[in-house]
Ligand binder design. Structure first.
Ligand SMILES: NC(=O)c1ccc[n+]([C@@H]2O[C@H](COP(=O)([O-])OP(=O)(O)OC[C@H]3O[C@@H](n4cnc5c(N)ncnc54)[C@H](OP(=O)(O)O)[C@@H]3O)[C@@H](O)[C@H]2O)c1
Length: 388
């Protein structure tokens, strides 16, 4: 029996994980569930899955909520980290959104667990610390992102020294055909309508700006130890091919399937075993046709180009890119800045930052705080009427 803790249980990946686990009760047991501030959703999941441990990160969300049955709940960010390193847990699914997931990522790996990682922001912001934690503690980092799961699947049974390059696919989001002028006026409601994936709000906006693909390039760099010259990305609107691996002899492997996060989640839980799951056996090449591929337009999707620059700069720059982007996305969703302004504020934050190496978590936190403050100040200066 694999004992699983899900951090970010109330979100899109968290719930998909619970659906997968629910279909295999003989293989998995939910021992811990953690959420941010969705008190009612967490209470409902606790009632349904009866985990040994339930954690709410934001204790303030419980103020005035004496109606919620919460016997045994742990509260606070430290309790989320404690769940990530709990001795009764075999696999930690980190499905928290944003750099807030970094401490748990490090804790799970340092305590020798398998970390099924959806929270790409933690690897982007603190890549060197995350890989060091895995080395120190013997933890195992298995990606949940469909592109990185595709690469892992293509790499099975091969000599990693024979990999030439990898190519990540991107749906291109809802705006892939819009001009820059048209992009300037898109609304949060339009950006939240993703054509092929149903996901949480932050990653849906990142998919519309293609910041998500840049985050994934940085993620791939740390997961597979490849230089940025050997990581490419292409637009593939159908989201059927989840990524390619090209080997040194020119042979190319791809992993395919209709878009569902349940497949990479199941694979991350059972890797390298493949567990039979008839719900996921739906592929039909005729329905999947046609498959098309296009280059990414760097001028229209500035946040993609900036993210790759941040990855290449290394050190604290990916943390700055990530934090500036997280803040910009939340301001866009609140209607405080426009779609293209997200790229502008991230670019300014990066241009004002002096890169330094990452040696400890405090280095990441400092770069993260600096970037968030810069975006807040820029937004307040450019939109003095908008709330702070
Ligand atoms: N959704 C997808 O299909 C998909 C695909 C690939 C990768 N990912 C990655 O997976 C991660 C989660 O994405 P999502 O779409 O599932 O997001 P989501 O639906 O917005 O869910 C985010 C989850 O994180 C929790 N959370 C927020 N802050 C927290 C904190 N400080 N401590 C503990 N939990 C906290 C939220 O809890 P509350 O709701 O209670 O606040 C919620 O359960 C992201 O990094 C995303 O990039 C997602």
């Amino acid at each position: 029996m694999i004992r699983v803790a899900i951090l970010g249980a109330t979100g899109s990946i968290g719930r998909s994980t619970l659906r997968v686990i629910g279909r295999h009760p003989d293989r998995f047991r939910v021992v811990g569930l953690a959420a941010g501030r969705s008190v009612d959703d967490l209470a409902a999941l606790v009632a349904e899955y009866t985990p040994d441990i339930a954690v709410l990160a934001d204790a303030d969300a419980l103020v005035g909520r004496s109606d919620v049955p919460r016997a045994g709940w742990e509260l606070g960010d430290d309790a989320v980290v404690a769940l990530a390193e709990h001795p009764d847990v075999d696999v930690v699914v980190n499905a928290v959104v944003g750099a807030a997931g970094l401490a748990s990522t490090i804790a799970a790996l340092r305590s020798g667990k398998r970390l099924a990682l959806a929270n790409k922001e933690s690897l982007v912001a603190g890549g060197p610390l995350v890989t060091a934690a895995a080395d120190e503690g013997g933890g195992e980092l298995i990606p949940i992102d469909s592109e990185h799961s595709a690469i892992l699947q293509c790499l099975q049974g091969c000599d990693r020294g024979t990999v030439g390059r990898i190519v990540l696919t991107a749906s291109g989001g809802p705006f892939r055909a819009l001009s820059r002028d048209e992009l300037a006026t898109v609304t949060p409601a339009q950006a939240l309508k993703h054509p092929t994936w149903e996901m949480g709000a932050k990653i849906t906006i990142d998919s519309a700006t293609l910041a998500n693909k840049a985050l994934e390039m940085i993620e791939a760099h740390f997961l597979y130890g490849l230089s940025y010259d050997r990581i490419d990305a292409v637009i593939h609107p159908q989201s059927i091919v989840h990524s390619f691996v090209e080997f040194v002899d020119g042979s190319v492997l791809a992993q395919m399937g209709f878009p569902t996060m349940e497949l990479p989640i199941l694979y991350a839980l059972t890797y390298p075993e493949r567990l039979a799951d008839t719900e996921l056996c739906t592929f039909d090449p005729v329905k999947a046709s046609p498959l098309t591929f296009d280059e990414i337009d760097l001028a229209r999707f500035r946040l993609f180009a900036l993210g790759v620059e941040a990855g290449r700069a290394g050190g604290t720059m990916p943390a700055v890119y990530n934090a500036a982007n997280e803040t910009a996305v939340s301001f866009f969703l609140e209607g405080r800045i426009g779609f293209l302004e997200m790229g502008e504020v991230v670019e300014t934050a990066m241009s004002r930052h002096s890169v330094s190496p990452i040696e400890q978590v405090a280095d990441v936190m400092e770069a993260d705080r600096e970037a968030r403050d810069m975006v807040r100040e820029m937004t307040a200066a450019q939109h003095p009427g908008s709330a702070t």
